[in-house]
Design a protein. Structure first.
Length: 254
């Protein structure tokens, strides 16, 4: 249940009078879940809790949140299943948390559809910083007073026309919109700011994830792989989002 519902108010407000972002925390450890709720309510979020995937999906469908934090190692249906089910209908920002630091688990969580990850033990300030970065990324799709970015034709083949429209937040293949997560869309837009120019992983971390030198480059690699599965004709032999060995990635419109 949301904090605003527990308090029987019309909604939880931030200190500046705006409605607080709704955050769903999915964690089966009661202590950690309570710490997250109390800490993030202090940070201004309207927090709901779920101890399992089934309860989380029920809350998600009844009253979709703005953001989610999901523990990977849940009892019953695990966090991977929770994220995949949410991603069937929503591109809301998701952070995964896990006590396991194995590369396979981290990559699997990102490939399931998460935008970022944090390993346990963590500090509330770290979680809050990651959430703020995700919210800035969401807001950056439409900035008041900003001149609309020009559409970019990514693929102009005779049987497939792929167009990126940054101002509308869409990537269209013919007459259909492709379903990209916010992170995938922002990553593509960043590459599209300079077609044909190589961008390093660190530069992409700074611009897309708001993380500097100590950011994890696996974030970039996994999201590039996911992006390729959605926009490339042959993701196994990409021609638009090209890897430049030892340097980074380059966007080559076709």
């Amino acid at each position: 249940m949301w904090a605003s519902q527990r308090q029987a108010t019309r909604g939880r407000l931030c200190h500046d009078g705006r409605m607080a972002a709704r955050l769903l925390v999915v964690e089966d450890d009661d202590r950690i879940r309570t710490v997250l709720r109390l800490g993030l309510e202090t940070e201004g979020y309207d927090v709901a809790e779920a101890a399992c995937t089934e309860d989380a999906l029920e809350l998600f469908r009844a009253n979709p949140p703005d953001l989610m934090i999901v523990d990977l190692m849940l009892g019953g249906l695990d966090g991977f299943a929770c994220i995949r089910e949410v991603r069937r209908t929503s591109d809301l920002p998701i952070i995964v948390v896990s006590a396991r630091t194995d590369t396979h688990d981290i990559v699997a969580g990102l490939e399931a559809g998460a935008d970022d990850y944090v390993t346990k033990p963590f500090q509330i300030k770290e979680i809050s910083a990651r959430l703020r970065a995700l919210r800035r990324r969401t807001a950056s799709l439409v900035t008041p007073g900003e001149q609309p970015a020009a559409d970019l034709v990514l693929d102009s083949g005779p049987d497939r026309r792929l167009v990126l429209s940054p101002s509308r937040g869409t990537v269209r293949c013919g007459d259909e919109d492709l379903h990209l997560t916010l992170t995938e869309f922002n990553l593509l837009c960043e590459l599209a700011t300079a077609p044909g120019r190589v961008m390093s992983r660190q530069l992409l971390l700074e611009r897309v994830w708001d993380q500097g030198f100590f950011g994890d480059e696996r974030l970039v690699d996994v999201h590039i792989r996911r992006l390729r599965t959605k926009i490339e004709r042959d993701p196994g032999a990409p021609r638009m989002v090209v890897t430049v060995r030892g340097l980074g990635y380059r966007l080559d419109p076709q």
